[in-house]
Unconditional design. Structure first.
Length: 175
């Protein structure tokens, strides 16, 4: 069973992804998310970005109850998340794809402003990142490296620790 904390954490991401707010993730939600990303992404190939975003869809769809409703519910997403501990390679693969999408200027690291753009795009609204960025920047050099990002990404999807910086990689938790 997912803990209350995991439900809250993943629930926030779920609501951000559920573009039409009907409580189910569908292919249309992923297309909307991809469009939101394409609108901000500077140097990144828009097709590549779209394929990162929409690439999540088949994974989630496969976990959805066969013959059930048309979309993927939060409970189904949580079930996928519970299985991710056994899928470390798949999780770090998505981390790398996301990292490349966020690294807008392609210098191999994520700056504070690139991270801010990620959170704003993800949530669809301006969001404060001044508190969280320094916690994610583990060695304090002002940038997130691929390893730092991978650590946080894995923690977000596979961990259950309210004190881990990675729990806030998508920004502060909302209710
Ligand atoms: Ca939806
Ligand atoms: Ca960069
Ligand atoms: Ca760093």
């Amino acid at each position: 069973m997912a803990s209350e904390f995991q439900r809250r954490k993943v629930g926030g991401v779920f609501r951000a992804m559920d573009a039409d707010g009907d409580g189910l993730l569908t292919q249309a939600d992923f297309q909307a998310l991809a469009q939101r990303w394409t609108a901000v992404a500077g140097a990144v190939d828009p097709e590549r970005l779209a394929s990162v975003m929409t690439g999540w869809w088949p994974v989630l769809r496969a976990a959805s109850v066969p013959g059930g409703d048309e979309g993927v519910s939060l409970d189904e997403v949580l079930r996928v998340v519970e299985g991710l501990g056994d899928m470390a390679d798949a999780v770090s693969g998505t981390a790398d794809a996301m990292f490349e999408a966020i690294d807008l200027n392609g210098d191999g690291r994520i700056s504070r402003s690139e991270y801010g753009a990620l959170i704003e795009t993800w949530n669809g609204t301006p969001s404060a990142t001044d508190e969280i960025f320094p916690r994610l920047d583990l060695d304090g050099d002002g940038h997130l490296t691929r390893d730092e990002f991978r650590t946080h990404w894995t923690e977000f999807w596979s961990g259950d620790d309210p004190n881990a910086p990675g729990s806030y990689v998508f920004g502060a938790l909302t209710e």
